[in-house]
Ligand binder design. Structure first.
Ligand SMILES: [Zn+2]
Length: 265
């Protein structure tokens, strides 16, 4: 019998309010706890989703919340919605504004509205002094330009936030790191097709790395195609330790410390 080391991990990006968890949400959360996931940051994608996420955080002590309007939903976002996000962000368990960003891959919302709603929420985060959780797909060039500008105007902040589900080349990683961002990696690093990314993954400093699930999406290879859940963040951590030739215990400790430093609890 093999003994699994007792490690603690943080799932820095989950969508626990998703319908996929409606039938067994409390079991999913209990299972995460049993596997050593001490904290889950559940991430809203709009006002309704944000409200549901806050309700979950009131019910479960180990859940923290990010509040924001996802780029997919930005075409419907009015000024009133941004104000609602600002009000929700006052809740004591809200630790970040997110997920916000740009998605030029799906293009579910017109790019113009994505850019506008993203900028409004960056300004909100700076005003509230909260870190941001960034979603970026096929828009790194625009993203880097916007964030360079934004971080230069708010250079006094220790870290501006995290790039969630980071998948980019070494140069893109370098630029985000230079601006002070953390890079968070998910179950997709276990997919054989992403072996090419190992060099970039090794290049990320240990004090800027985080792990996440993005559940219910992006289950790691062994559960690929099925529903993802916070307890599976362990498979990502194991893979990451293997890629970086690090001890799992060390990697778990470092990524947990990083999450705590950024989100401040
Ligand atoms: Zn997400």
């Amino acid at each position: 019998m093999t003994t699994t080391p007792s490690i603690t991990l943080v799932d820095t990006h989950a969508h626990l309010d998703a319908d996929e968890f409606d039938t067994d949400r409390s079991e999913v959360i209990a299972r995460a706890h049993d596997t050593g996931v001490t904290t889950i940051i559940t991430v809203g994608t709009g006002v309704g989703s944000g409200r549901r996420s806050i309700e979950l955080s009131e019910k479960y002590p180990d859940i923290l919340v990010a509040i924001g309007i996802h780029p997919h939903a930005s075409s419907n976002a009015t000024g009133a919605e941004i104000n609602s996000i600002a009000r929700l962000a006052e809740h004591p368990k809200v630790v970040a504004i997110g997920e916000i960003g740009l998605d030029f891959y799906r293009d579910y919302s017109p790019r113009e509205s994505q850019l506008q709603v993203f900028q409004q929420q960056l300004d909100l985060a700076a005003r509230l002094d909260l870190p941001v959780v960034i979603h970026c797909r096929e828009a790194h060039e625009e993203m880097l330009a916007i964030l360079h500008n934004w971080t230069a105007r708010h250079a006094e902040r220790p870290s501006p936030g995290v790039i969630h589900c980071f998948m980019g080349d070494g140069e893109t990683a370098r630029q985000y790191l230079e601006m002070g961002f953390y890079l968070s990696l998910g179950g997709y690093i276990t997919y054989p097709v992403n072996r090419d990314a190992h060099d970039v993954i090794r290049s990320i400093p240990a004090d800027r790395l985080m792990v996440e699930t993005d559940c219910p999406f992006l289950a790691p290879q062994r559960y690929r195609g099925q529903r993802n859940e916070p307890s599976y963040v362990r498979y990502t951590a194991e893979e990451l330790a293997g890629i970086r030739d690090a001890h799992l215990e060390t990697l778990a400790r470092e990524t947990t410390e990083n999450a705590r430093r950024l989100f401040g609890w």
